[in-house]
Design a protein around this ligand. Sequence first.
Ligand SMILES: CC(C)(COP(=O)(O)OP(=O)(O)OC[C@H]1O[C@@H](n2cnc3c(N)ncnc32)[C@H](O)[C@@H]1OP(=O)(O)O)[C@@H](O)C(=O)NCCC(=O)NCCS
Length: 152
Amino acid sequence: MSFRIAPYELDDLHGIAEIEKECFDHPWSYDSFCMEYADKRKHYFVAKNEEGALMGYGGFAEVEDEAHIMNVAVSAPYRRTGVGSAIMGAMIEKAKELGLNAITLEVDDSNSGAKALYEKAGFRSAGLRPHYYGWDRPANIYWLYFDEKKLG
Ligand SMILES: CC(C)(COP(=O)(O)OP(=O)(O)OC[C@H]1O[C@@H](n2cnc3c(N)ncnc32)[C@H](O)[C@@H]1OP(=O)(O)O)[C@@H](O)C(=O)NCCC(=O)NCCS
C-alpha cells in the first residue's frame, strides 16, 4: 500500500480526532488537537494514502532536550502495512533534526502490538510505572537515546 508521511496541517485535525476516537477508550477531542496545533513545541505527522485519506498520525512534545511521544495511531484497515513504523521514523528524524538527545513514551503494558512496534524502532524498556492507566494497568516506559556517549 502506498502512502506518504507529512507534518500535519490544520485541515488534518478533524481526521486525526476521528482516528483518535476509533483507537482509544478516552480519546482526545478535536479541541485538544487544535491546542496541540497552536503549540510550536508539538510536532505531529500524518500518513495519507494516494487518495489523500488519513491513515494514521503520531506526535511528540519537545521537553527540554527530550522528545515525549504523545501518541501514535493507525486506523484499523491500514494496520500492519508499515504506516506506524513510518510515522515513528518521521518523529525520530524530526527529534534528531531539532538536536534532541532522546525520545521517550509510555504505553499500556498489555499493548503488545505497540510494544513490538517500538522495539522494532529501537526503543528499549526502562521498566513499569504501576497503575498508570488504572488499577493493575501499568505503563511501560520506553526510551531511545540518539547518542549514548553524549549522555555520559
Ligand atoms: C500500534 C499501531 C500504531 C501499529 O501501527 P501499524 O501501522 O500497524 O504498525 P506497522 O505496520 O508499522 O508495524 C511495525 C511492526 O510493529 C509490530 N506490530 C505492529 N502491530 C502489531 C500487532 N498487532 N501485533 C504484533 N506486532 C505488531 C510488528 O513487528 C510490525 O512489523 P511486521 O508487520 O513486519 O511484523 C496500531 O496497531 C494502532 O494504531 N493501534 C491502536 C492505537 C495504539 O495502541 N497506539 C499506541 C498507543 S501508545
